[in-house]
Design a protein around this ligand. Structure first.
Ligand SMILES: [Zn+2]
Ligand SMILES: [Zn+2]
Ligand SMILES: [Zn+2]
Length: 143
């Protein structure tokens, strides 16, 4: 019950009206230790149809409840924002894409590096993805 309340508060803080589906999607993202693609979410939430799922994610994105990650795999991944995140340049963290298991992780402690742009250039977004082996896969490969 208190867990339910946490999710309701998360939605309220981002000015999102709670619905059963929104709570379901939020819970799935909140409990995940990695970022999910639309397809990942579809597989997990079989009762929710794809267009509803997509609309929910779009709404969450617009309210900065989640952020989208282009990890170069061809499908966007989504992960929950920290409570103080406004998805501004200063809030952005690095992501890690595992080339073996194809999972994408938020490295929330690792801020994206500051890039000095040439005169007259303005940055609107930055996408910093490190690729390699996650700890699970690295362990598996060790003899
Ligand atoms: Zn954010
Ligand atoms: Zn891996
Ligand atoms: Zn992230």
């Amino acid at each position: 019950m208190s867990e339910e309340k946490t999710y309701l508060e998360l939605l309220a803080r981002r000015d999102i009206k709670p619905t059963a589906i929104r709570l379901l999607v939020l819970k799935e993202l909140a409990l995940a230790d990695r970022a999910f693609s639309l397809l990942d979410l579809e597989d997990r939430l079989v009762t929710v149809d794809k267009s509803t799922l997509f609309r929910t994610l779009t709404l969450f994105l617009g309210h900065h409840l989640i952020h989208a990650i282009d990890d170069g795999s061809g499908s966007l991944k989504y992960a929950l924002c920290s409570s103080e995140c406004d998805c501004e340049m200063d809030d952005l963290h690095t992501h890690f894409y595992c080339e073996a298991c194809h999972r994408t992780f938020c490295l929330k402690q690792v801020h994206v590096p500051r890039v000095t742009l040439p005169e007259g250039f303005t940055a609107r977004s930055v996408n910093f993805v490190v690729k390699g082996l996650c700890s699970d896969c690295a362990r598996r490969r060790r003899p």
